[in-house]
Design a protein. Structure first.
Length: 94
């Protein structure tokens, strides 16, 4: 990945750190009341993991809310979809 993009991402995350912490307390990565997969249920069973998932979700949404190069935004979304699919498949093999 381009070092300028990495530095930009770090700067965005640092600049929005306080907002991310405030939102993390309110916004889940997904609704634990609707957890379906074994992986989602495992996340919801551990409060620290729930908080980490919330923080990651908020950071991802904050990043997507920034003015990004369309190709970069598209690649980021595709990577996220791939990650979620692979994560679920790997958990099921466990």
């Amino acid at each position: 990945m381009n070092p300028r993009i990495i530095l930009s991402l770090v700067a965005i995350l640092i600049a929005t750190g306080a907002a991310l912490r405030a939102q993390a307390a309110e916004e889940a990565g997904f609704n634990c009341g609707r957890a379906v997969s074994a992986f989602e249920k495992a996340i919801c069973a551990d409060p620290e993991t729930v908080e980490a998932d919330r923080a990651m979700s908020v950071a991802y949404k904050a990043l997507l809310s920034q003015p990004l190069d369309p190709a970069f935004a598209s690649a980021l979304k595709a990577d996220q979809r791939s990650f979620l699919m692979i994560r679920e498949q790997a958990w099921e093999l466990k």
